[in-house]
Design a protein around this ligand. Sequence first.
Ligand SMILES: C[S@@+](CC[C@H](N)C(=O)[O-])C[C@H]1O[C@@H](n2cnc3c(N)ncnc32)[C@H](O)[C@@H]1O
Length: 328
Amino acid sequence: MEQYHIPVLLEEVMEALSVRRGGVYVDATLGGCGHSMAILRRLAECGGGSLFAIDQDAEAISHAQTVLEEDETVREALREGKIAMRILKGNFADMGGLSEALKASGADGVLMDLGVSSHQLDTPERGFSFRGGAKLDMRMDPDGEGLTAAELIAQASERELFEIFRDYGEEKFARRIASAIAESKKTAPVDTTSRLSEIVCSAVPAFAKARGGRTVHPATRVFQALRIAVNRELEVLRKGLQAAFDLLRPGGRLAVISYHSLEERIVKHFIRGKLGKCICSPEMPFCVCGAKASVREIFRKPAVPSEKEVSANPRSRSAKLRVCEKLA
Ligand SMILES: C[S@@+](CC[C@H](N)C(=O)[O-])C[C@H]1O[C@@H](n2cnc3c(N)ncnc32)[C@H](O)[C@@H]1O
């Protein structure tokens, strides 16, 4: 079987979640099942517990069924009822609403490993990668009602495309690229990965393409921006963080792995906002803002992959893990 996805910062995640007997855990981004399997194995070793695993991609869910069958320890522990696992299809923004049982029990740990899996990226028909000439889809949930990237490009104005590339891709040439796409749309739809990639390459000035032996493909940021827009990633991340926090029992931990600065900023601010730092003016003789901490940070700085991990799995290179614990 092809390697579906290599779990990132696996040891650090397991340390952060501190999985214990009888605990209830949520893997909000099942993907290739790597982190989920580690949690299940730990639960089997320590005497039982349960895992709820969420993904909005039906392919990830059917892959997980195969992986669970292949691991003897986990398969037997599940069969004997020592551990329990429920797989839920849906968006983590609605974590608490996906299962009555989960809502009722609450969780001792929630993991969110953001973005797409290697399998999604490497399957040309999903349209996430500029390599290959597939339809521009990019939906993590292809059964859902959201627009594909091709539909979004068709419907968006030049201004809207510019804002997507500027805000979600932090793309320096956002204006030129949006203008080139708007011009190309007049003759034929921009609906394949190869056509979009060609338009971007022709719009980015030659010096920028060549500069300093640029190793990043000129279309990388544009593809990232469209993916974020198609899946409303930043909006669902904000909702998902709050939904995860609401599910946590006191002492429960939230671990989030982000892969780019936009996600990382949202996670950092979410945690900071719950640390209860006083925001009163220094001139105030006493605190009037009523700041009260509802979490404590477990790692003072985000954990990042070791050189060894990055050389074994280059896709882990930009990962940052932040962890907090809900206070009583
Ligand atoms: C980086 S992969 C997770 C990999 C996984 N931790 C592993 O070890 O194999 C992210 C997965 O989360 C899913 N995903 C991303 N955002 C989601 C969301 N808002 N709701 C549900 N699933 C989401 C994607 O479909 C993808 O399968």
